[in-house]
Write a protein that binds this ligand. Structure first.
Ligand code: SDX
Length: 379
């Protein structure tokens, strides 16, 4: 008879497999991608280099990077079949549904649909990496009634992502903050969406099905959808560009006290693994601080500080990556609903790295359950 203690709800604290892709260490509050501290990668490497590191286990040589960069730049354009599918969706449907649909359409049209050689599978990941920014950019523009903007091969990944979205070249500091967010969002071991991708892969289903399923998991506000939810909190409190940082902080504190008194879960705070703060937050917060200076929006900092202080005071719960990421994307000009699709674009690298790892040493993922329903009975 299974005892309640034997049930590990949410698989909390359960180690289910090895991974060499990343190491999340709550004791030291650190995160390594293939052995490199994520802070070092965010400070020194392009998102293209980090993608190759996650997929192959090593940082690329100059010739490997040149080859991948050329491939990525040549495969950015929105596939007309994907555009036609997106155009069938309501302009106000959630952008995560657009992202999920786009990957599904790419998979359904892929000449190597199903499982193929490791080289062909890696090519699928690189194609998704290159193609997804155009999906996000097109959806952001159609929601605003704007025409599609073609990619530019003279811009790097992050610059082109912003170019296709806003139809103008972003300032270097904005591009860099965006690049930092992509590096930080890329990978995080067995989070819910990555584990979903591994479960799907463990049945020997295909890469596009695994990524489509992972997108479904990421959409939830307890996971990737938290960055969007953070901005809804800021909007609910009220954003007033003319308000002082101090006054904004005061209002934010009052909001948090009331929310916690009402037993609300405030998105952007807490983490299943990190219990003393998310290792990525200081790097993402520094990027947010640079955006606040760039756009001169100090009331945003007031809201950020006020909420954080009140949560810390009441429950000692620290922010997670989604907390600074949300307002950063807001300042860059993205609609709130577009934040989690940006997370998809980054996490495609982590998800596909885990898909390869799962397939290389596979076992069908099928846990047990303890039955607590009706005893056997006659009709
Ligand atoms: C991501 O796993 C990953 O690695 C994910 C991720 C990645 O890179 O892939 O890091 C990305 O998903 C970050 C997390 C984004 N989610 C949110 O911001 C949603 C809000 N956070 C919470 O829902 C919560 O912190 C979780 C879901 C993230 C983790 O929750 P746990 O570990 O299951 O813990 P819990 O929900 O049981 O909370 C423990 C206690 C509870 O208090 P009591 O009921 O016991 O009194 O802490 C409280 C909770 O109420 N609590 C919160 C809270 N988070 C925890 N209370 C208010 N607001 C919160 N955000």
């Amino acid at each position: 008879m299974t005892t309640p203690e034997e049930i590990k709800k949410g698989l909390a604290g359960v180690v289910v497999d090895y991974t060499a892709v990343s190491k999340v260490n709550p004791e030291t509050n650190s995160l390594l991608y293939r052995g490199y501290p994520v802070q070092d990668l965010a400070a020194n490497k392009s998102f293209e280099e980090v993608a190759l590191l996650l997929w192959t286990g090593e940082l690329p040589s100059q010739s490997e990077l040149t080859e991948f960069t050329a491939f990525e730049r040549a495969n950015r354009a929105l596939d007309p079949r994907v555009k036609a599918a997106i155009d069938l969706l309501p302009a106000d449907c959630h952008p995560m549904d657009v992202g999920r649909t786009a990957v599904s359409v790419i998979g359904a049209n892929h000449p190597e649909a199903g499982n193929s050689s490791p080289e062909a599978e890696l090519l699928k990941a690189k194609e998704l990496f290159a193609a997804f920014p155009a999906v996000v950019a097109y959806d952001q523009r159609r929601r605003r009634g704007l025409e599609i903007v073609a990619p530019r091969e003279d811009l790097d990944y992050s610059s082109n992502f912003l170019w296709m979205t806003f139809g103008e070249e972003a300032a270097p500091e904005v591009v860099d903050a965006f690049r930092v967010s992509m590096v930080l969002y890329a990978e995080h071991s067995f989070n819910a969406s990555t584990f979903t991708a591994r479960v799907i892969t463990s049945t020997l289903s295909d890469l596009h099905s695994a990524v489509t399923g992972a997108i479904g998991a990421l959409k939830g506000p307890l996971h990737g959808g938290a960055n969007e939810a953070v901005m809804h909190t800021f909007t609910e409190i009220g954003i007033n560009k003319d308000e002082s940082r101090e006054d904004a902080a005061k209002r934010a504190k009052a909001w948090m006290v009331e929310a916690l008194a009402a037993k609300k879960k405030v998105m952007g705070f807490g983490h299943r693994v990190y219990k003393h703060g998310d290792s990525r937050v200081p790097t993402m917060k520094a990027a947010l601080d640079r955006m606040i200076e760039h756009y001169d929006r100090h009331e945003i900092l007031g809201l950020y500080d006020g909420l954080e202080a009140a949560m810390d005071e009441a429950k000692s719960i620290k922010p997670n990556l989604d907390y600074p990421a949300g307002p950063t994307y807001h300042l860059m000009g993205f609609d709130t609903e577009m934040f989690t699709p940006i997370f998809i674009a980054a996490r495609i690298t982590g998800w596909t790295s885990h898909i390869f790892e799962q397939r290389a040493a596979n076992a069908l993922i099928r846990p047990l359950s303890a039955y607590n329903g009706s005893e056997q009975r006659a009709l």
